[in-house]
Ligand binder design. Structure first.
Ligand code: MEV
Length: 437
């Protein structure tokens, strides 16, 4: 075990690595080498990455792939995806191609409102709190005039502040529930600055409010923070076509459509399936979020909370067959930004935005929803027909081969062999071992 260290962040990068190496790797040079192999030789680019977080010692690469042929509202897109899972980009591409000659994807932004709360303790008379809020609401709004000046000029800013009495859930718990329009910014910094300004204003005003002075009961700010639950920041994507167009190898279109509808009904019926179902959706969503420099943790948290909105964890996608028309759709909360944060700093994010024809936040929300829907369609298509492993293992074959340091010749013969044979980890290893013997 190493000893604790203080002032680690103040060490240079080389000193940090030396410390790690000495304390955790017995000064083994291989550990240092692997870190250095991932440094970028472009010093400026490396500096940029070093500065993204604290204590950077190296870069962690993930592959960036492209899923072409996405027809979305009659425009064609190639969608950038950053992900480590072998079959995700292939699945997205398949789904895009499948829907290309069936009208593609239709999308819509339902709403773009974001929110945050000032969480308060108040153990006095509720009527005093309500009256106080009535008095200070315009003062609160005025207190952020400087902060929201630019946002307002562009058509965004604070939408409203409400006082919410949550004392029935938690004794003495009140909230200032604040709603915002942050346009093309994800808006976390803007919202949090507004909320902290509100809390300072509220505490200042409370000190001189007569009813509080008389009762000696003052509201106290516990914390002020945006909410990553954004059910009022929603995008919708859908596909639809006549069931006959859905025919698969050995499966009539109508039956295939019914199987998809049933698969979604199963995800709605049990969280055991819904979680995996939605995980597949997040394969698509997260990989576009990463490629476009957005906060995938925020989106993950929001999406899974949204999946519970009806009281139990359920599917994010829906499907129906009516009058021989199959329809499948997704509705997801996506608080995304196309300006600010990493979006303007990371050169590959810049590339992703250019590839997507410089989308604004609303357009990006729609494209991300499409990626989620496409991924779910591709997964369900495999699951209700051939099963998932065939396609997945085909894509995973190269990882297994790389894992056992197969040569190019060995890889080529393995790819040929496993076209006609079932791929498994042990099967690939024994195939290569036989070749080597
Ligand atoms: C694998 O990453 C995702 C799937 O399990 C999704 C699903 O089961 O729907 C294939």
């Amino acid at each position: 075990m190493s000893n604790p260290i203080s002032g680690f962040s103040k060490l240079s990068k080389a000193q940090k690595i030396e410390w790690v190496s000495k304390n955790y790797f017995k000064a083994n040079e291989q550990a240092t080498e692997v870190l250095q192999r991932y440094w970028n030789s472009d010093k400026e680019l490396q500096k940029l990455h070093d500065d993204f977080i604290e204590n950077t010692i190296s870069n962690y690469y993930l592959p960036m792939g492209i899923a072409p042929n996405f027809l979305v509202n009659n425009d064609l897109y190639a969608i950038p995806m950053v992900i480590e899972e072998s079959s995700v980009v292939a699945a997205a591409s398949n789904a895009a191609k499948f829907w290309l000659d069936k009208g593609g994807f239709t999308t819509q932004v339902i709403s773009t409102t974001k929110n945050g709360q000032v969480h308060l303790n108040f153990f006095g008379n509720t009527a005093d709190m309500t009256a106080f809020f009535g008095v200070i609401k315009p003062i609160l709004i005025a207190s952020i005039s400087q902060v929201e000046k630019n946002m307002k000029k562009r058509g965004g800013g604070l939408l409203d502040i409400q006082l919410i009495d949550s004392t029935s859930t938690l004794e003495g718990f009140f909230q200032l529930h604040c709603t915002f329009e942050t346009l093309d910014a994800m808006g976390a910094n803007f919202i949090n600055t507004c909320l902290e300004t509100f809390s300072q204003t509220l505490e200042r005003e409370a000190k001189t409010y007569k009813a509080f002075i008389t009762s000696k009961n003052y509201p106290e700010v516990v914390m002020s923070i945006l909410s990553n639950y954004t059910p009022e920041c929603l995008a919708l994507a859908s596909v639809s076509c006549h069931v006959d167009l859905l025919a698969q190898k050995d499966l009539e279109g109508r039956l295939f459509a019914q199987k998809i509808v049933r698969a979604i009904a199963i995800a709605k019926a049990t969280p055991r399936r819904a979680v995996t179902h939605n995980k597949g959706i997040m394969n698509g969503i997260d990989s576009v979020i990463l490629a476009t420099g957005n906060d995938f943790r925020a989106v993950e948290a929001a999406v899974h909370a949204y999946a519970c909105k009806d009281g139990h964890y359920s599917s994010l996608t829906h499907a129906s067959v009516e009058n021989d028309i199959f329809k499948m759709w997704i509705e997801v909360p996506l608080a995304l930004g196309t300006v600010g944060g990493l979006t303007s700093l990371h050169p590959l994010v810049g590339f992703a935005f250019d590839l997507l024809q410089k989308p604004n936040a609303k357009k990006l929300m729609q494209l991300v929803a499409v990626a989620g829907l496409a991924q779910n369609f591709a997964a369900l298509r495999s699951l209700v027909t051939t099963g998932i492993q065939k396609g997945h293992m085909k894509m995973h074959l190269m990882n297994i081969l790389n894992g056992i340091q197969a040569t190019d010749t060995e890889k080529a013969s393995a790819v040929k062999h496993f076209k006609a044979n079932q791929i498994s980890h042990s099967g690939v290893i024994s195939f290569i071992e036989k070749q080597r013997a």
